[in-house]
Design a protein around this ligand. Structure first.
Ligand code: MRU
Length: 352
């Protein structure tokens, strides 16, 4: 970490400022802390697509801010025309990444506000207010989730996490890393093992960065060392985030999560998932979820450096599915769902 990347704790991953969307450019971390400012929803769509902003809750809020920009950009004078402009922008924002359900959720929340509005000006104001509220809610939800999750972890636990489900994947505080933060705030001493998370290295670039920055004892491992660390008693518990959880408890998260969960089961290590209710998809079944496939160059090289020969085939799925039988509990802002998940997830929504 160089001096430019010192961040203060009130910093947000994505924010609405003076009718613009301001984001940390995560593609530059951990070497540089660069903020980008957008006043056009197309720029926000591009930022989501190119991983300037990533992580399910962060892209949910970014989508909402994108639609707020689209509302301000619209020159229309009637509600009907404004809704048409918003629908077009929604499609462009939605088509950026298919797996995290929070993106569609964030866009739908804003469309509901638009439909409920009366005049063009009133709709524009209430859309901006709603998007800002979603950003605030995200932080509060993460903190509540943290409190529910922290009781599952003990003093001197070493907790493994995969990818980045931290402050950088949300507006602030994080989901899985929020639980780890809350555990530490409750007075327990914990260590963290972060997997590197190839191919984009969210674990080394982002998780190790934000935990080190916040004074955690964090060790980085290559993804290939998950089995070794578990077999050698170096891990007590695992907590990861999620991009989508269906009603049966199948969890879609960063590629490699399934391997970590399988290995945790093999070694009798509790495997937790932390996610807000906005990450649940109560309509689709596991087999309907689209797994984003990304370009081969992410695998045939690291950054700009080529590490594989030209002309080979590459399979590069960005996410995988962890089945419910590998999951010990799902931590949400409404409490912890335990197996059997069909029943416990249903109850979370009934309590909502
Ligand atoms: O491709 P990414 O970096 O957007 O993937 C992110 C993850 O898989 C996270 O674990 C998930 O979004 C949960 S973030 C709180």
């Amino acid at each position: 970490m160089n001096s430019q990347t010192k961040i203060n704790s009130s910093l947000r991953t994505v924010e609405w400022k003076n009718n613009k969307v301001v984001m940390i450019d995560q593609t530059k971390l951990p070497n540089e802390l660069v903020f980008v400012e957008y006043n056009d929803f197309n720029q926000v769509a591009n930022a989501i697509k190119t991983l300037v902003v990533r992580g399910a809750p962060a892209i949910g809020v970014s989508g909402a801010f994108g639609l707020a920009l689209a509302a301000l950009q619209s020159k229309t004078t009637t509600k009907t025309e404004l809704i048409l402009d918003l629908e077009k922008a929604k499609k462009i924002l939605f088509d950026t990444r298919p797996t995290a359900i929070n993106l569609g959720w964030g866009l739908e929340q804003i469309m509901k506000v638009a439909h409920a509005g009366t005049s063009v000006n009133q709709i524009k104001t209430s859309i901006v207010d709603e998007a800002k509220k979603m950003a605030e809610d995200d932080i509060n939800i993460n903190k509540t989730m943290g409190k529910y999750g922290s009781v599952l972890f003990e003093n001197n636990d070493t907790i493994m996490t995969h990818c980045n489900a931290g402050a950088l994947a949300t507006v602030a505080y994080g989901t899985a890393l929020g639980v780890i933060r809350a555990t530490k705030e409750s007075g327990k001493n914990v260590k963290v093992i972060a997997t590197e998370t190839r191919p984009i290295q969210q674990g080394s670039r982002l998780t190790a960065f934000e935990l080190k920055h916040d004074g955690f004892d964090v060790s980085l491992i290559p993804d290939t060392a998950v089995g070794y660390t578990m077999a050698n008693g170096l891990v007590n518990k695992v907590v990861v985030g999620a991009d989508r959880i269906v009603k049966t408890g199948h969890v879609f998260n960063k590629i490699g999560t399934y391997q970590v969960a399988t290995m945790a089961k093999q070694h009798g290590i509790p495997f937790y998932v932390a996610a807000p209710l906005s990450t649940f998809d109560m309509k689709n079944n596991a087999q309907d979820v689209i797994i984003e496939m990304r370009k081969g160059s992410e695998v045939t090289g690291i950054g700009d450096k080529k590490t594989a020969p030209d002309g080979i085939g590459v399979i590069n799925p960005a996410f995988d599915m962890t089945p419910p039988e590998l999951i010990t509990g799902i931590i949400t802002e409404k409490g912890v769902a335990k197996p059997p998940f069909k029943e416990s997830i249903k109850k979370l929504f009934e309590a909502n």
